[in-house]
Ligand binder design. Sequence first.
Ligand code: ADP
Ligand code: MN
Ligand code: MN
Ligand code: MN
Ligand code: MN
Length: 368
Amino acid sequence: MYSVADNFQATESTVISNTATLQKYLQLDQKGSVIAEYVWIDASGGLRSKCKTLTEKPKSIDDLPEWNFDGSSTGQAPGDNSDVYLRPVAFFADPFRLGDNILVMAECWMADGKPNAYNFRHDAAVIMKAHESHVFWFGLEQEYTMLGADGWPYGWPKNGFPAPQGPYYCGVGTGKVMRRDIVESHYKACLYAGINISGTNAEVMPAQWEYQVGPCVGIELGDQLWMSRFILQRVAEDFGTKITFAPKPIPGDWNGAGLHTNVSTKEMRADGGMKHIEAAMEKLAERHKVHMEVYGEDNDQRMTGAHETASFDKFSWGVANRGASVRVNRACAEEGKGYFEDRRPASNADPYQVTGMIVETLCGKVKG
Ligand code: ADP
Ligand code: MN
Ligand code: MN
Ligand code: MN
Ligand code: MN
């Protein structure tokens, strides 16, 4: 696997200078041209992007041209066959450039007509299409941690630790939360882009935050969540702060970061849905190991059984139980219908793989 050094030091010159001078240029008329920033997922689960000038505003995804990049520079292709093709799958209003400009989520494809090895969307989309009659809804809770330029959690004392966890979760006030400016900017930017961001909160570990995306139907969740991650990284760039999706950024008595995955089908949301949720639990229990393989790297460091996590090795579920692999909320158990929360995925998991695996387990494999 291609790995990127995460210790690149942000300096003044790497921070986008948010000056009146920059504003002057951002306001220049584009004379009818549209900037499309194509975003894709690289070999390490990071994001890359490059920009293309279009002569017209696209009306639908079919108006967006296929494009390409040098895959040997991203670890996605060998140097002697380096072209990787970008196929647009979703586009959003660009919250950074405004106007008619757009952000484009793209799938990576190879010259031989096969998906790139790191294109996990393709298989997920095939399986979701096959089972679309169940109308899967997904709502994901993306946790992340902010780091200062030195790689230590933002605002933590140098060479030391803040006071123990307790006051920080949903906290308010100086010393309890860090960098609310980034959180606010990201929230607004997602709304502007048209992402179905459903909320945000400060997390248990200081400098750790969460936002939720969803409910979204099927593959749209992955498209929106990946773009929300791009927007978060891009906003944090403006503020000179690093974002990490590492599931256990600080060992010891500090909460890890997850990607709780809330799931329902049409049948689960209807009267009597609880029996469909119970049937789903049996299927998830049988395939626990297969799920854990795509639920994020280093997730074993996070899933210790402490800090509101379950065992890494053993599946469990329960009503209102935050120490189980899957939690069914009390309202759902009382009404006998609703959704369940798979608490196992780590913050760095690929939402395409997570949601695709859930549909595969509940509805069966599909030849793709
Ligand atoms: P928690 O109580 O675990 O912190 P959150 O409120 O952070 O839960 O997130 C719950 C997520 O579940 C939200 O993204 C929400 O949109 C999503 N959600 C709500 N109803 C459903 C449903 N029926 N199916 C799937 N997801 C849902
Ligand atoms: Mn070039
Ligand atoms: Mn939550
Ligand atoms: Mn949380
Ligand atoms: Mn949750």
